[in-house]
Design a protein around this ligand. Structure first.
Ligand code: MCA
Length: 508
């Protein structure tokens, strides 16, 4: 009989030799691999008792905690499709995800329970249970009294493990279907490529609802039988304090710029570190160089998308080039396609296309979109623009899609513009990302108002706050008489961005 291809097996199944080893340090406790197995079994039993069955979606709208890790593992073990949501989403945003994915169960914090119950009712979602950061809640209570043995759901590999959402030019988030095979293939490659061993200790300060924190950081550690320190969120001082007992850090560029600004980041505190990895947004060459000078470490930059997981990486051994995201992973094919549909020559710019076992099978219930998302040969069109140098290293030079990356979070202008356009007195709006030393890009809104209307910026933000998560809110708002348009009447966002970058000072 062939082996179970459930992602959980890759992490823990039948790996008795690592049972006593610490898997996670969280708060002032540590959790062994055996405890992860037991606790995830309890949660899996609780889920099955609730009547959910393999293939059902489980929406996790919860804060980061060790119980969040148990729940994620339980979802895999029970054969459910894990749908994580950013816990800072507003009810209006949650409505959409519930209506689209139709989960069998939503797990949320007690604070959000009433709002989620109302949203669940609107979307005809039957079960709402709670799980709080401190390990309490109605689901936690059920798990606490459940048995610690559970037979992990058998998978052939093609079954969905996760449904992650990313927005698009229309402003409507799309569900990304990731199978157990997609996730196993990518994490296994990364563990080898980045030289993970059971001796590694990784600082985990990323959210647990994105590819980066969930599949890459947590995934590499569990696959390798290493350990991680689970931090609630990024805090530069806390991380610098932990570096002497750490071997790997994964982060977005904002982590590195903030670490450089903090006191105490020296070669000495990094002496046990073997690897700093960066992704999710472009790492500025200055940050790479300054970090190297101050710590002696060349940050390893890599590139991925939610649809593909990781696709390229700078090498563990060998030159890590500043401003480059490295070469395709060993089992991944990357093509750079020009406007004419042909592959471009070295140093030519084109769209990055990706094919391999890491690539998702399509967007959730969006057959029309899926037809254009892949080429005839099965390459996924990332929408990112790149070029490949003579050594085979790829650089990301732009995005074909109208998207802002702020602090590693992807933000879609359309979604914000739609909210702005609904405000009385706003005739039209354009939202762009301008350069920001801390976040890489920050959200800026430019508005045209009706001639007889004076709008207050604070009121606009207050109105947006009721509909959008805080990280999407414009940090600055400008009023103009008209938006720059091309001859076709299309708003020239590039021009707007250039003007704003030239005219407005950095925020302090
Ligand atoms: C928080 N705020 C933000 C952001 N995060 N504003 C803009 N952009 C952000 N990313 C706002 C909050 O709304 C709040 O506003 C204020 O900042 C402080 O909030 P706090 O939670 O304290 O923020 P922070 O701790 O400073 O967070 C910044 C951060 C965080 C550390 C950069 O956003 C982060 O961990 N980002 C990582 C995201 C990530 O994992 N991306 C991977 C996705 P107010 O004060 O007004 O309320 S991409 C991926 O997975 C792909 C495939 C890949 O390749 O990796």
């Amino acid at each position: 009989m062939h082996q179970n291809r459930n992602l959980f097996s890759c992490y823990l199944q039948g790996k008795e030799e690592r049972h006593d080893k610490v898997a996670v340090y969280a708060g002032n406790r540590d959790y062994s691999y055996a405890e992860l197995a037991d606790q995830s079994a309890r949660y899996a039993n609780a889920l099955v008792d609730l009547g959910v069955t393999p293939g059902d979606r489980l929406c996790a709208y919860i804060d980061k905690s060790i119980d969040n890790v148990f729940l994620y593992l339980a979802s895999l073990r029970a054969g459910l499709v894990y749908q994580p949501l950013n816990p800072v989403f507003q009810p209006a945003e949650v409505d959409y995800y519930l209506a689209d994915a139709r989960p069998a169960l939503v797990v949320c914090s007690t604070t959000n329970e009433n709002r989620v119950r109302a949203a669940a009712e609107r979307a005809d979602v039957k079960r709402v249970l709670t799980l709080d950061r401190d390990g309490s809640g109605t689901l936690a209570a059920r798990a606490n009294s459940a048995p610690t043995d559970f037979s992990t759901c058998w998978c052939d590999g093609a079954e969905l493990a996760c449904l992650l959402y990313s927005s698009g030019t229309t402003g409507k988030p799309k569900g990304i279907k990731l199978s157990h095979d997609n996730l196993v293939a990518n994490v296994s490659t990364l563990v080898d490529l980045w030289g993970f061993t059971p001796c590694d200790v990784l600082i985990h300060a990323l959210p647990l609802f994105h590819v980066h924190g969930l599949f890459v950081a947590l995934g590499c550690v569990l696959t390798a039988g290493a350990s991680l320190r689970l931090l609630e969120k990024f805090d530069a001082g806390e991380i610098i304090g932990l570096l002497p007992e750490t071997t790997v850090l994964m982060g977005v560029p904002t982590f590195y710029t903030r670490l450089l600004k903090s006191p105490g980041l020296t070669r000495d505190v990094c002496s046990s570190m073997r690897l700093f990895i960066c992704g999710s947004a472009p790492l500025h060459e200055n940050t790479f160089n300054q970090f190297r000078q101050q710590t002696g470490h060349a940050i390893l930059e890599r590139y991925g998308t939610s649809e593909t997981g990781m696709s390229t990486s700078n090498p563990l051994d060998g030159e890590r080039k500043a401003g480059a995201v490295g070469k395709p992973l060993p089992d991944v094919l990357v093509k750079i396609e020009g406007d004419d549909g042909n592959e471009v020559a070295d140093d030519g710019v084109g769209e990055i296309l990706v094919k391999g076992p890491n690539v998702f099978s399509g967007y959730w219930q969006l057959d029309d979109v899926n037809r254009n998302a892949f080429t005839e040969e099965g390459y996924f069109r990332t929408g990112d623009l790149g070029e490949r140098d003579a050594d085979g290293y790829i650089r990301i030079v732009g995005r074909a899609k109208d998207m802002i990356i702020s602090g590693g979070e992807n933000i879609y202008p359309k979604e914000i513009e739609q909210c702005l356009d609904r405000i009385e007195g706003v005739s039209e709006s354009a939202v762009v990302g301008v350069d920001d030393a801390d976040l890489g890009e920050r959200v800026v809104a430019v508005l045209v108002t009706a001639s007889d209307c004076r709008l207050d910026k604070a009121d606009i933000v207050a109105e947006l706050k009721t509909q959008l998560a805080g990280f999407k809110l414009p940090r600055q708002i400008f009023f103009v008489d008209e938006l720059p348009r091309n001859t076709m009447g299309k708003v020239q966002k590039n021009k707007l961005r250039e003007t704003l970058n030239e005219c407005i000072p950095e925020l302090s």
